[in-house]
Design a protein around this ligand. Structure first.
Ligand SMILES: *[C@@H]1O[C@H](CO)[C@@H](O)[C@H](O)[C@H]1NC(C)=O
Ligand SMILES: *[C@@H]1O[C@H](CO)[C@@H](O)[C@H](O)[C@H]1NC(C)=O
Ligand SMILES: *[C@@H]1O[C@H](CO)[C@@H](O)[C@H](O)[C@H]1NC(C)=O
Length: 277
């Protein structure tokens, strides 16, 4: 009897596994140095056990059972950097928060959940992105790039780190500036028509020296979540790069004001002292 039915059962089992694996894979992209959420949802039940493992090698990232974290066998690479939201677990949310993300964290993570007799595996493919370097001059408009994989109902959050000051948020198809940090009031802009094309770039106006730093762009849609970062350098007084840019402008200004190609004159002096201030 058994041979054909056994083969049948094995095939069924294999195809089941494949369907599960492809349905359960989430793509997440995070920026170096940030906090990263690896999503995992499962059917709610009592006494849930959650195991996060990194493949290959099944490195132990985080375990939770008997209502508590079980970190005895946690791999040292993950020490003090993992967190599951205990209050969320009984709601079927076993998402893992990974802090101070490093390039080496990139890879495939399995979330294995079990309740009484059922168990479930889902996979998160984590990509780690290096910051994009952007340099802008004081007083100009500056574009901080952010691209993401488009999905329905996109949400975009721009924050400045460290401190996580809220720079700009966009969700439910509109800007959400209720909690915007006052430093950014009336200076930020996202291109609404570009968001559904996966372009969440931020335009920052009247750039100041204090704007320098790392900006994190967190985007999410129904199927994909991504965090990228921009390292903004401000070129200002005292920096060589800026001096040469200013010089170029000064020539242009003098010409258009006086209609004269000479490089000296009253216009030049005024301009020069304004720049120094
Ligand atoms: C799981 O919990 C975390 C932390 O509260 C939250 O950010 C995330 O959105 C939750 N995920 C789901 C699917 O509810
Ligand atoms: C995003 O949109 C802005 C404004 O239209 C544009 O300047 C920028 O080039 C776009 N970026 C990408 C990657 O398409
Ligand atoms: C940002 O750029 C500055 C200047 O290039 C550099 O000193 C700093 O380390 C960079 N920060 C990050 C997080 O890449």
């Amino acid at each position: 009897m058994a041979k054909t039915s056994l083969i049948f059962v094995v095939c069924l089992f294999l195809s089941f596994l494949c369907v599960c694996a492809s349905e359960g894979t989430t793509q997440v992209s995070c920026a170096v140095g940030t906090k990263c959420l690896l999503p995992c949802v499962f059917s709610v039940g009592s006494n849930a056990a959650v195991h996060w493992r990194k493949s290959p090698g099944e490195t132990e990232v985080h375990s939770f059972y008997n209502n508590q974290d079980q970190l005895q066998n946690q791999h040292q690479d993950y020490r003090d950097r993992t967190f599951v939201f205990q209050s969320q677990i009984h709601r079927g949310n076993a998402s893992l928060q990974l802090s101070e993300v490093k390039v080496q964290d990139e890879g495939s993570y399995m979330c294995i959940t079990s309740i009484t007799s059922e168990s479930d595996v889902s996979t998160v493919d984590l990509k780690i992105a290096e910051p994009t370097q952007v340099s802008c001059a004081v007083g100009t408009k500056c574009l901080l790039p952010c691209v993401f994989s488009v999905g329905s109902n996109a949400a975009v959050h721009w924050r400045k780190s460290p401190g996580e000051a809220r720079v700009h948020s966009f969700y439910n198809n509109q800007d959400q500036l209720q909690n915007q940090h006052q430093d950014y009031r009336d200076r930020t802009f996202v291109f609404q028509s570009q968001i559904h094309r996966g372009n969440a770039s931020l335009q920052l106006s009247e750039v100041k020296v204090q704007d320098a730093g790392t900006y994190v762009c967190a985007t999410s849609s129904s199927t994909y979540s991504s965090v990228s970062s921009v390292n903004l350098t401000i070129v200002g007084p005292g920096l060589e790069t800026r001096r040469s840019q200013v010089q170029v402008r000064r020539h242009v200004t003098v010409r258009s004001r006086s209609g004269d190609t000479s490089q000296s004159g009253p216009g030049l002096e005024t301009r020069h002292s304004q720049v120094q201030v």
